[in-house]
Design a protein around this ligand. Structure first.
Ligand code: NDP
Length: 329
């Protein structure tokens, strides 16, 4: 049974040398445990945060332990639980080809929905987009929405949800190809932050300014958006991926508090896991829109258990479009 171990804390940019794939004997299941074959694994930017020891909202990953994250699996042996071989389940478990997990930690998936939807539109990214935009963005129809890392899992959903709610979404992403894909998803504008004239291009794409900024990135991208805030704008601080690898070149250059003052704007950060009370209503809404075909998520699927490590590292180089997923079996 192959298992991915976290073996070294990164200094600066995350690299493949922080991980090792080890071959291990499969442990015998205890009572109320289920043996699951891992089918798909989610790789997520927050994992970089948990690899460091700095101040955080969650505990760091201990060294020399298996990596873990959101997974989709197929039950091999349900033991004495209600699950049967062949059932599809989701949960958080180690990056291993097979795992044994307590029944209480597994959610049986609805067979009428593609299983990977539980890793994006009906999972953590969908909840983040919905709760972040509705609760922290306080959207009102007709307002102008800017979204960074817009071609990623969370960002692409924020723009689409914004559109449904009557906003005018403009996305910011790292390639012209990603920008094209955003227009196809219904974004009304898309700007490539790697262009030398990015701040000017962003201003042109947002002639009426920004009422809501959904920030996934921070750094120079956010600098450019802060210059365009309208009075009483809201900033939902969701992620700061430009800073996760500790590169000072990615720190903001503008006086951000002064920007807030001038616009009488409100910026608030949130961690979706602290808003569990909002999950049921959010999931019902996401489910409905998804079934109606109003929310689409592109999937960047890397094929093979040995792709887990490169796919995680790739997030920090913009390798994914839509949700980054690894097909592990
Ligand atoms: P994505 O699918 O958006 O993947 C990450 C993307 O970030 C990359 O594809 C890349 O796209 C972009 N990126 C990487 N490095 C940089 C950089 N230095 N500057 C600008 N863009 C960069 O990931 P998710 O949708 O899963 O997550 C998006 C953000 O939301 C992350 O910051 C994450 O930490 C945060 N998050 C926060 C949650 C919360 O509860 N607050 C929950 C879930 C996610 P490009 O090619 O455009 O550069």
């Amino acid at each position: 049974n192959r298992v991915v171990y976290f073996v070294k804390r990164p200094e600066g940019m995350i690299s493949e040398s922080c991980f090792e794939i080890r071959e291990e004997a499969f442990p015998t299941p205890e009572e109320e445990q289920v043996i699951v074959k891992s089918l798909y694994a989610s790789v997520d930017p927050y994992m970089r945060g948990r690899m460091s020891l700095g101040k955080s909202y969650t505990d760091p990953f201990p060294l020399n332990t298996p990596m873990q994250g959101a997974m989709i699996g197929e039950v091999v042996d349900g033991g004495d639980t209600d699950l049967k071989a062949g059932d599809r389940v989701s949960g958080v478990w180690p990056w291993a080809e097979q795992a044994r997990i307590a029944r209480a930690k597994l959610k049986k998936l609805d067979p009428s929905v593609p299983p990977t939807a539980a890793l994006h539109v009906l999972g953590m990214p969908g909840l983040t987009a919905y709760i972040g935009l509705t609760k922290f963005g306080q959207p009102k129809p007709g307002q102008h929405l800017a979204v960074s890392a817009a071609a990623g899992a969370v960002g692409s959903l924020v723009g689409q949800i914004g559109k449904i709610l009557g906003l005018h979404p403009v996305g910011i992403a790292g390639s012209d190809e990603k920008c094209q894909s955003l227009l196809k998803l219904g974004f009304e504008g898309a700007v490539n932050y790697r262009h030398a004239e990015f701040p000017e291009e962003l201003k042109k794409a947002l002639p009426n300014g920004v009422d809501i900024y959904f920030d996934n990135v921070g750094g120079p991208v956010t600098d450019a958006v802060m210059a365009l805030l309208n009075p009483h704008a809201r900033i939902a601080i969701c992620g700061q991926i430009a800073t996760y690898n500790g590169d000072p070149a990615s720190w903001p250059k503008r006086p951000l508090f002064a920007d807030l003052l001038v616009s009488r704007a409100r910026a608030e950060a949130f961690i979706v896991g602290e808003h569990q009370a909002d999950f049921p209503a959010a999931l019902t809404q996401l489910h409905n829109w998804y079934r109606q075909g109003r929310l689409r998520v592109e999937e960047s699927i890397s094929d093979g258990f040995d792709q887990l490590i490169p796919a995680l590292v790739g997030l920090f180089h913009g390798a994914n479009r839509g949700k980054a997923i690894v097909k592990t079996n």
